[in-house]
Write a protein that binds this ligand. Structure first.
Ligand SMILES: Nc1ncnc2c1ncn2[C@@H]1O[C@H](COP(=O)(O)OP(=O)(O)OP(=O)(O)O)[C@@H](O)[C@H]1O
Length: 605
């Protein structure tokens, strides 16, 4: 079955599922309304011929038929519009949810690094309403087509030559298709411009970024850039519209000329007595209406053609989500052998080179590993690969001797926990923002409170107006935590899961002061000690070597490869990169920090 047809059937199913009775009634009404033009023309001919013949009953019946057609056109149109608005709103919600689920059902995030796939997703997300209208556009085209056919049959009853009007409808049809194709192409080409423009304008209006722009005065420049993008998009679309109008004008010029010819023909027939006055009225009524009937049919067909690209995007997403879905073994209850990275390589889609260039590492179960390195060394990328968010482009990750790709991706991700560098601030009640870290325990108040204690978030949450029920985000009448407090809340969310196999902490405390980070990590290390039996691995990314020092294993990444591995003492003795970085930070902290020089006192001031 053709893809567009299958999508149409799918949308009809969604509409029936949303409200069967209203869908069926609206469809029946729409089809019934296709007879209005014919009924109006027939009633007019009947009226004129009956009154010319002095047939009173005929006049009454013709008036009744005309009134029925009028009621079907007026009241029927209003009822149908309301029904369709209601149905399409419900179906828009259903199909948008479906698109979101398909997109978030993909176990990796690699597609979000590909601009062309982001554009497809963006167009789909914004097209829920267009998709919901698909069945009604198609049915509208069928109804308008049927209406045209009935009109042409009636015209043929007056003179067979008048059927030529159907052929003369082809030029506007073909021209209309070219016009919509030009518009749709322009829309696709402008999607990326819109995304960029939207992002820049949002930066100027979001409270967080607006603050920085206010201070730096960069808002004007961002606005100028956004306007430039907007202008480029407007020019591209205006050019496409000019092309479309050109095509449409050619089509309609041909058709208008043919209607004039048809009216001249009937005038000639009437003057020769081969057509009644009623026939002349019927032909006049039908040809005038035929113009708008064909326009409706063409518009609907045009919209269907426009949806052709949407159809491609929709089936691409379905196919992509299906191809990426895979099962696999469930991860072990506890790690026995640990995690091994074997010549691990990764290149972002479209990137000119590898970000990870052959990482070899053995992480025994129960180990606390600290990843350090310069900005851009590949630390976060490595964390994402371990969390299963990207698949390696070379080499492999083995978990307890088995390649990670052989595990069920969702199963593995459900055993990974922690916080990412670019954490999310949930503008929700505090307990929801923490509880979503382990959905089955979202309403487990004790678990949420314990995670808050572990992340050092309990005290400031207790001071909030409604404690854990406090709504966050002033934009919704709630409270605005500080950046450090947001980070602690994100950390609490990351600590919700019980006994994860891998706990990733990608700069979890960058917004905290060194002492707070040190205290938190020291507490983790103690907890990890207690949980060593479960074999879970803790992976910390941090630029603060005061904290890193506490890890069992310190891995120095440089330019996408492992430069050094060992514990603090070994790496200091080796006198390499780590030792140099440590000395540098020690100097920066000179006189302020005891912990760098003396681990026993464990204090950063
Ligand atoms: N989605 C992406 N698409 C393409 N390249 C990316 C993407 N994310 C990161 N990179 C590139 O990969 C390299 C490593 O980035 P990564 O975030 O892993 O570094 P990092 O060591 O965590 O740095 P930092 O200390 O600054 O957080 C960088 O050169 C970056 O530009």
């Amino acid at each position: 079955m053709n893809r567009q047809w299958r999508l149409l059937v799918h949308m009809i199913r969604l509409s029936l599922r949303a409200d069967r009775r209203t869908t069926v009634t609206a469809a029946a009404l729409l089809l019934a309304r296709s007879s209005i033009v014919a009924l109006t023309g027939l009633s007019q001919r009947w009226l004129v011929d009956s009154s010319a013949a002095g047939n009173r009953n005929g006049v009454v019946a013709a008036v009744a038929l005309g009134a029925f057609a009028f009621a079907l056109g007026g009241a029927g149109s209003r009822v149908q519009t309301n029904m369709l608005l209601y149905l399409t709103t419900r179906v828009t919600i259903a199909v948008t949810t479906e698109i979101q689920q398909l997109s978030s059902g993909v176990p990796t995030i690699t597609h979000l690094s590909r601009p062309e796939q982001l554009d497809r997703l963006e167009r789909l997300r914004r097209s829920g309403n267009a998709l919901a209208w698909l069945p009604w556009t198609a049915l509208g085209a069928v109804a308008a087509g049927a209406s045209v056919v009935v009109s042409v049959v009636l015209l043929a009853s007056v003179h067979p030559l008048l059927t030529a009007l159907t052929l003369l409808a082809l030029p506007p049809l073909l021209a209309g298709r070219r016009a919509t194709a030009a518009l749709s192409r322009a829309q696709d080409e402008c999607t990326e411009l819109h995304r960029q423009e939207q992002l820049l304008h949002e930066l100027c209006t979001r409270p967080g970024s607006a603050k920085e722009l206010f201070v730096t005065g960069g808002g004007a420049e961002l606005n100028r850039r956004a306007d430039e993008l907007w202008e480029r998009s407007v020019v591209r679309q205006r050019n496409a519209q000019a092309t479309a109008v050109g095509w449409q004008s050619v089509g309609w010029a041909v058709f208008t000329a043919s209607i004039v010819a048809a009216l001249l023909l009937v005038a000639e027939l009437s003057s020769r007595g081969q057509a009644s006055l009623g026939d002349a009225v019927l032909v006049f009524s039908l040809t005038v209406q035929l113009q708008s009937q064909i326009r409706f049919a063409l518009e609907d067909v045009g919209r269907l053609a426009e949806n052709g690209r949407l159809t491609d995007h929709y089936w691409w997403l379905r196919g992509y989500a299906r191809d990426q879905r895979r099962g696999g073994a469930q991860p072990p209850a506890a790690l026995a052998e640990g995690i091994v990275l074997d010549d691990l390589r990764f290149r972002y889609p479209g990137a000119p080179g590898d970000t990870l260039r052959g990482v070899d590492l053995r992480i025994p179960p129960g180990t606390t590993v600290a990843l350090v390195g310069d900005n851009g060394a590949g630390k976060s990328t490595l964390v994402k690969l371990l969390a299963g968010l990207h698949e390696p482009t070379g080499g492999e990750i083995r978990v307890d001797g088995r390649p990670l790709r052989e595990y069920d991706p969702r199963g593995w991700q459900s055993r990974v926990s922690g916080v990412m560098q670019d954490f999310t601030s949930f503008l929700l009640p505090v307990y929801v923002g923490i509880g979503v870290g382990d959905l089955p325990r979202l309403h487990d108040a004790a678990a949420v409170e314990r995670a808050a204690v572990d992340a050092g978030a309990d005290r400031f949450v207790a001071a909030m107006p409604q404690g854990f029920r406090t709504r966050l985000g002033r934009a919704f009448g709630g409270v605005d935590p500080s950046i450090g407090q947001w980070q602690r809340l994100a950390l609490a969310r990351g600590l919700m899961r019980r006994s994860p196999l891998l706990l990733v902490l990608d700069e979890p405390t960058a917004a905290l002061d060194p002492q707070a980070e040190f205290d938190l990590f020291r507490r983790f290390v103690r907890q990890v000690e207690a949980a060593r039996a479960g074999g879970s691995v803790t992976l910390l990314v941090s630029h603060r070597l005061t904290t890193v020092r506490l890890a069992d294993l310190i891995v120095v990444l440089h330019d996408g490869a492992v430069a050094e591995v060992g514990d603090h003492r070994e790496l200091m003795a080796a006198g390499g990169r780590y030792a140099a970085m440590f000395q540098l930070q020690k100097k920066a902290f000179a006189g302020k920090s005891d912990v760098i020089g003396n681990g026993d006192r464990e204090r950063v001031e």
